[in-house]
Design a protein around this ligand. Structure first.
Ligand SMILES: Nc1nc2c(ncn2[C@@H]2O[C@H](COP(=O)(O)OP(=O)(O)OP(=O)(O)O)[C@@H](O)[C@H]2O)c(=O)[nH]1
Ligand SMILES: C[S@@+](CC[C@H](N)C(=O)[O-])C[C@H]1O[C@@H](n2cnc3c(N)ncnc32)[C@H](O)[C@@H]1O
Ligand code: SF4
Ligand code: SF4
Length: 322
């Protein structure tokens, strides 16, 4: 009989303690680089009950964190019901574009949400509209949403800034000032753009930018998840997410993904090894979780042997179909 820890530990020694659940593929914006969590699936969406069942099962095997994402999770009007149906967990968070956050922040907190990440790549309304294919005014909705989240206690609020060559690479200091202005309630999270949609053309030398931040930092911390580092610069905290060609990042990946239509997805970048659990009985879920954990492979790795295995499993699934 396996212990609960073994059940969710993969053959590379990575124990899954966190679920990243996509609630929908729908979105009210259309960002130029969007990876949609590697999920281009159907418009079918898990019910509240399905989500509660899979989280409940995973929680019995050591999962204590859940991140909701999408698509845009707040387009689901039953998000509060989903939160209320969850078992007790250490950390329940959502990543949102923030456009619909203002009117929901208090209800989400009441329903059990602990904190929120808000995507905001620029403070310039015209650039915002260019990046999101939205309206310049949407930026003000997002800023109001951030304030509402702080008022509701959904803190720390992380501001997700995807670094985009030629668009926002010169805005890092403005963003640090913005975060500093909310003394501790906001954390900046800078993200290296991944090659989805038009992402490749905006790619820049993220490692060099991170090294610059490191030089300026008064203090440096490292997270268990992905061994991401965060830098304290003159009172502002900035975490750096650098997932590309980063073996250390993948070696410390402790998340299992769930697609909006109810499939266990071992890795963001691999699409041919998903396991559908929508027709499973509750008692079958542990075995499906185990099977999914067995399919987990670090996408980037220093080991040539693992790289060969992993490369064979990858299929292209980008928005342009290539
Ligand atoms: N390649 C890869 N990228 C990830 C993974 N987890 C998160 N990301 C990326 O990290 C960025 C930030 O994601 P968020 O949804 O804000 O969540 P997070 O920062 O990972 O989670 P918290 O810090 O716990 O709030 C996004 O661009 C995600 O696609 C992962 O396991 N693999
Ligand atoms: C896919 S979005 C879904 C949640 C929500 N709609 C939002 O935008 O916050 C989750 C996070 O992934 C980031 N993201 C999307 N495409 C990306 C890419 N190609 N490279 C890096 N991060 C990306 C977004 O900026 C956002 O912070
Ligand atoms: S708001 Fe989020 S899901 Fe929507 S297009 Fe932008 S990154 Fe993608
Ligand atoms: S293995 Fe690497 S690329 Fe895949 S989900 Fe984990 S951190 Fe992301």
């Amino acid at each position: 009989m396996k212990s609960s820890k073994d059940l969710l530990t993969d053959r590379f020694g990575r124990t899954v303690t966190s679920l990243r659940i996509s609630l929908t593929n729908r979105c009210n914006l259309d960002c130029i680089y969007c990876h949609s969590e590697g999920d281009e699936g159907t418009r079918n969406e898990m019910t509240v009950e399905m989500i509660a069942q899979i989280v409940d099962t995973a929680s019995k095997f050591g999962v204590n964190k859940v991140k909701f994402s999408g698509g845009e999770p707040l387009v689901r009007t039953d998000f509060e019901d989903i939160l209320k149906a969850l078992p007790e967990l250490k950390d329940v968070s959502v990543t949102t574009n923030g456009v619909l956050l203002k009117g929901r922040a208090h209800d989400l907190k009441e329903a059990g949400l602990d904190r929120v990440n808000v995507s905001l790549d620029t403070l310039d309304p015209d650039k915002y509209a260019y990046i999101t294919h939205g309206r310049p005014e949407d930026l003000y909705e997002v800023l109001e949403g951030i304030k509402a989240a702080i008022d509701a206690g959904l803190t720390p609020v992380k501001i997700n800034m995807v670094l985009l060559k030629g668009i926002n690479e010169n805005e890092i200091d403005d963003m640090l000032d913005f975060v500093r202005g909310y003394s501790g309630d906001l954390v900046l999270q800078i993200i290296q753009v991944m090659d989805f949609r038009d992402g490749a053309q905006y790619d820049l030398d993220a490692k060099k930018i991170e090294e610059d931040l490191e030089r300026r930092a008064d203090d440096i911390r490292m997270r268990k998840m992905h061994h991401r580092k965060s830098y304290i610069i003159n009172g502002a905290e900035v975490e750096f997410v650098r997932p590309i060609e980063n073996a250390e990042f993948c070696a410390n990946c402790n998340r299992l993904r769930i697609t909006a239509d109810g499939k266990l997805k071992p890795c963001l970048l691999v699409n041919d090894n998903l396991i559908d659990f929508t027709n499973a009985k509750q008692e079958e879920l542990p075995e499906l979780l185990r099977a999914s954990i067995e399919r987990r492979i670090p996408f980037y790795t220093d080991s040539e042997e693992k790289r060969i295995i992993e490369k064979k499993t990858i299929i292209g699934d980008r928005k342009d179909g290539s």
